[in-house]
Design a protein. Sequence first.
Length: 210
Amino acid sequence: MPGIVHVVDDDTSFRTAIERRLKQAGYEVETYSSAQHLLDRPPGVERPGCILLDVKMPGLSGLELQDRLSQLGSILPIVFVTGYSDIPTTVRAIKAGAEDFLTKPASSERLIGAIERALARYEAQRSQRSKLDSIVFHLATLTPRERQVFDLIVRGKINKQIAAELGTTERTVKAHRHEVMEKMRVHSLAELVSSAERLGLLDRSVNLGG
């Protein structure tokens, strides 16, 4: 499935030329005459996509749009294409997560290369987010007591310690532990710890050795 390239540039002739070039290369293209135009109809995330963004535009600049999209939680990678490149702007854009920073006129080879990398990065980020959403969903199915057991397991506590801490028997803890593993869809302690880590539930300094 071809990716969608969202072109944001106030230069009409550039938008027309780039749209033609990208469509010939097999991409679907959406064009926007300003940063606000894109914010007014934000791109969906159902399909692979990226944003080809000008830096200097009337109203919101490209860098400001990059900040705004980041605040909105967008995972669409951004490739900047500008006629006015300077080192501080380039550094700021890349630090803020831009995939690439090209100077007009960019060769088709460089442009397509940057877009391909951006689309690959989008797929990786979407897959990561999807896994995270799945972990959050499974965690929400735990009962309050199972959640307590989960929190203690991932901190390296053994059944005996968990039973003492929760004022229950090892046998009950074992039953809860089984439920936790089933509901979290994991097959090992390492997988469970990895899930907790992904959710930011573990303090890095915690000793998982028990």
